[in-house]
Ligand binder design. Sequence first.
Ligand SMILES: Nc1nc2c(ncn2[C@@H]2O[C@H](COP(=O)(O)OP(=O)(O)OP(=O)(O)O)[C@@H](O)[C@H]2O)c(=O)[nH]1
Ligand SMILES: [Mg+2]
Length: 296
Amino acid sequence: MKACINYISSRSRCIKRSLQSLWDNYNKDYNYPVYVYYFDDIYDSEVFRNEVRLQVSENIHFVSVPYKTPSFLKEEELYYNRLDINYVRRSFSIQRKGYLHMCNFTSNMYGYPNTHFHKYDCVMTHDDESGYTRPLAVDPFEIMSSRPEVMGAFFVGQRLKNGAPHQGHYDTRLGLWEFARNFLLTNNITPASPQLQELLESPTAERDFHLLEWCDTYVIKTEMFKSDLWKKWIAAVNENGGIYKYRWGDNEIITLFAYIYDGNIFDLGLVEDETLDQGMFRHMQDIAPSIKDIQR
Ligand SMILES: Nc1nc2c(ncn2[C@@H]2O[C@H](COP(=O)(O)OP(=O)(O)OP(=O)(O)O)[C@@H](O)[C@H]2O)c(=O)[nH]1
Ligand SMILES: [Mg+2]
């Protein structure tokens, strides 16, 4: 399988450490190409790029990607302007607009301008504040190549607080179940996952869909993105504008689709067994820096 590893990154203080950790614990044995996508010019510097290539590997490619808020959305509809939402008031001002562009990028990665995903059979995503606590015993790409699931993830599960979803979950999935339900019903689609099938019948689905096993840090066979169903799904997501209006995360968009399309997501278990520490370099830079042009 032709495979690559991808970051979307703005934590310039973390990225080198994260790449080093990735190499030391995993990629030194495989040398998969690594792409670091970013907005604006933050990693344009040849001096910086050379330093990373010299210290870590030649096989790291920095690629700037464009961003733009869809023109059909009004400014007052954008997530950071929804001051009736607790999470927005607490921690999502216009200063974090870049996060919305990041969610849009990752959800739309396949076919996104200036990217290289289409050249690969399988892609792995990675956050720039993550690192490894020990060498990987196995290669996630190798595992996925022998698995029937179209997608695996380093983490698949529930992140509950006292048995219930966090307020943050509710506040970042507004309208999402209604959207997914309408998508399935209007297109006459029976989702592959029995859990989703049950939710479609359930009067308490609006609450219960939070209990799905959501995933992150994915290993995705790109055949998923080539399917007609994906094209339909992502077009509907984009047309809805929920990424920009409600901060729907790529986790949600991609997890839900995998359950619709395939039914199962293979759990690589690498977060649960603490091989991947998703916050390893977070002390160096906490909230990911945003974009330069908040008008865009
Ligand atoms: N270029 C760019 N990357 C971003 C932006 N916001 C987030 N990212 C990147 O997207 C990845 C995920 O963002 P995080 O801020 O870690 O968000 P998260 O993992 O969903 O949430 P946490 O649980 O807070 O870690 C990281 O690699 C970030 O650097 C942004 O505004 N611009
Ligand atoms: Mg993160």
